[in-house]
Design a protein around this ligand. Structure first.
Ligand SMILES: Nc1nc2c(ncn2[C@@H]2O[C@H](COP(=O)(O)OP(=O)(O)OP(=O)(O)O)[C@@H](O)[C@H]2O)c(=O)[nH]1
Ligand SMILES: [Mg+2]
Length: 636
């Protein structure tokens, strides 16, 4: 087709005639390979078809910078992983990637630098993830791979057109073509290619179908001929395109469709969500305990213990090095929870108390993520969350926070206002216990009985609700209405699940192990020095109000390093059940651990961080004191 044919069609769509097509000074025309000598735009076109994208100074660089862009949850990270061989986290809810990832792929001897950009619905940002996406695009690109969800062409085309109008050489990828087929949606790729003026390929990122074609299309990326449009023009154009390229055939409701309906219905949905939450809780417990009872405890008791006994004997059973490595012998033998040696308590707390729950929690969370259940919870809990100043989608960062507060706080980037982000991040760091902490709550308090665990969780939930309500009432601004895209239920891919689990678990091991061992070492040294008694004396009036012995303050202060270690420090103090519950609740709420602290600072800035920390300290002390009085009143 000549460029006149294409421009003719385009002009009709935009109500322009050939006579008024000479670009205005600020307008950029791209017609890629379609320009010809008769075209009134030839000079502008040939200039552009040399491939200089606006704002880009990157062409001189050796690696071509390729951006993967598209709406949230269309499979950008899945395609990124397929192309680069790296493993970006994919989950079945919008907003999985809120930062960006880089990787590279070599095609025909040329190396391309790929960037997995956070999902965006528009280039007029409405949240931080979209701001990041726009910033990355504005930094320039040699090629943009625009990924569309083939089951939602109309909605996905909006961002695609905005990107194409900017004139970057592009390739369109229709991902999820498998689901489109199941839904009876057929898309004419050639026709879409003609409409947009850039290569179009279809893929199924889950299976790898079409990835070879995408690789082959990358060197053929070219700028589109599209002109900058107004919002209304763009939507009209999208309507036209969809009419011309898409055909939908009727199909009957499937079991999956019905399950999707049931899950968001106010009554049946709530009932189902209760079942899911209870089942998840039990699954985490059963898998965690199973790993401990059948794998880890036997290993520690019959292999690691005897091995440490040999080292202990070689070191003479006491002395500085012995006490640092093996710890203090209790009744002549190593006690996993109370010896406080790096190799005894340190390794035991990390691997036999916390690690099994990390595995089981992330396994269950990853399953829920990949099935696509989390956005449905967001819809169901939207009304409740609005009462505490949050958009229903805040349930997703909150659930992530139950694994580790750090990704939870990062995920608040998908929330729209700064106010919401502050509320959500503060609530996560105050009242959402991470998996390490929960493992210790189960390990330390579980032996007293389920009712004590229930008191700890009920206190945290109560604080989450009350503090959220208070913040909502006192901070100015409103939380926006829920607009969240609900993806279809999907069967989790074992490959993706395995990678995600491995990524999270190895991340935990790398980050947490040094801090846990350091925590145990510091605790060991502090207990043998006079620092703790000194601090405890200063804080003794406060400690009295909490009904705790002075030494408990040392554990609470050490919570800054790692909360799980700190709960472990409460063990040797011989606390009563009430004291143990109060100390654990205060510890859980007081300071964020050091990693969370850093992320809060990065996400909220210094002023908001200080506010957040002041809220944490005061609310945790008030709760601890109230809980102490309430429990003594109830004679617990
Ligand atoms: N059926 C099907 N599922 C897919 C396909 N590609 C990705 N998925 C699934 O779709 C979900 C979203 O994939 P992601 O790679 O996380 O999507 P994303 O665009 O990176 O999402 P955000 O980071 O949230 O913007 C995951 O559950 C994937 O396993 C596909 O081609 N077919
Ligand atoms: Mg992603």
């Amino acid at each position: 087709m000549s460029c006149h044919g294409l421009f003719g069609k385009l002009f009709e769509k935009h109500g322009r005639t050939k006579e008024n097509t000479v670009p205005r000074d600020n307008e950029i025309f791209h017609c890629g390979e379609f320009h010809c000598s008769e075209c009134p735009l030839a000079s502008r076109c040939s200039m552009k078809s040399e491939g200089n994208p606006p704002n880009s100074t990157l062409m001189d660089k050796k690696l071509k910078r390729v951006l993967l862009m598209g709406n949230p949850n269309v499979g950008k990270s899945a395609i990124f992983s397929r192309l680069t061989g790296l493993h970006a986290i994919s989950s079945n809810y919008p907003g999985t990637t809120v930062g960006f990832l880089e990787g590279s792929v070599v095609i025909n001897g040329e190396t391309y630098k790929l960037i997995d950009v956070p999902g965006a619905y528009t280039l007029d940002p409405t949240n931080e993830a979209e701001e990041v996406a726009l910033r990355i695009l504005n930094e320039g690109a040699d090629i943009v791979i625009i990924i569309l969800d083939a089951t939602a062409l109309e909605r996905n085309l909006y961002l695609a057109l905005q990107v194409l109008e900017k004139g970057y050489p592009s390739v369109i990828v229709l991902n999820m073509i498998d689901e489109a087929r199941h839904k009876g949606i057929q898309i004419d790729l050639k026709a879409l290619e003609r409409e947009l003026g850039v290569p179009v390929v279809s893929t199924v990122a889950l299976t790898g179908e079409g990835i070879a074609a995408l690789k082959a299309a990358l060197p053929k990326a070219r700028p589109s001929f599209l002109l900058p449009m107004t919002k209304d023009e763009r939507w009209r154009f999208i309507g036209d395109i969809v009419m011309r390229v898409q055909m939908v055939t009727h199909r009957h409701h499937t079991f999956r469709d019905r399950l999707e309906d049931i899950s968001v219905h106010p009554l049946s949905g709530m009932f189902l969500s209760l079942l899911v939450i209870i089942a998840s809780f039990y699954a985490v417990r059963i898998i965690g305990e199973g790993l401990i009872n059948y794998l880890l405890d036997p290993f520690f008791n019959s292999i690691w213990g005897p091995f440490l006994n040999v080292i202990s004997n070689v070191l003479g059973g006491s002395g500085f090095i012995h006490d640092i490595l093996i710890g203090h012998l209790i009744d002549g033998s190593i006690n996993w929870e109370q010896s406080f040696g790096i190799l005894s308590t340190g390794i035991y707390v990390e691997f036999a108390m916390v690690f099994p729950y990390i595995i089981s929690f992330y396994l269950v969370l990853s399953l829920l993520e990949d099935i696509g259940y989390l956005p449905r919870l967001a819809v169901l809990f939207d009304a409740l969350l609005h009462k505490i100043g949050l958009h229903g989608f805040a349930i997703v960062p909150t659930l992530l926070g139950l694994g580790c507060n750090v990704p939870g706080i990062l995920a608040t980037r998908v929330l729209e206002s700064e106010r919401e982000r502050f509320i959500a991040a503060t609530l996560i760091s105050v009242a959402v216990p991470c998996a390490g902490l929960q493992a210790m709550i189960f390990g330390v308090i579980g032996s007293l009985g389920l009712v004590y665990i229930a008191i700890v969780y009920a206190s945290l939930l109560g604080v989450w609700l009350i503090l959220g309500y208070m913040l909502n009432k006192t901070l100015s601004g409103q939380s926006p209405e829920l607009i969240v895209e609900i993806p279809p239920y999907r069967l989790p891919s074992l490959r993706n699940l395995g990678f995600k689990l491995w990524f999270r678990i190895s991340g935990f091991l790398l980050e947490a192990t040094p801090l846990v061992l350091l925590g145990i070492l510091i605790a060991n040294l502090l207990y043998s020095s006079s620092v703790l008694p000194f601090l405890s004396n200063i804080l003794s009036p406060l400690v009295k109000l909490l009904g705790l012995p002075p030494q408990a303050m040392g554990a609470i202060l050490l919570g800054f390093l790692r909360k799980d270690v700190a709960v472990g420090l409460l063990l040797p103090l011989g606390l009563t059940p009430r004291q143990l519950v109060v100390a654990t609740v205060v510890l859980a709420m007081t300071f964020p651990c050091i990693a969370t602290f850093v992320v809060l600072f990065k996400e909220l800035g210094l002023k908001r961080l200080i506010q957040s920390v002041l809220i944490m300290i005061s609310i945790s002390l008030i709760t601890g004191i109230a809980l102490n009085y309430l429990l003594s009143y109830l004679a617990i």
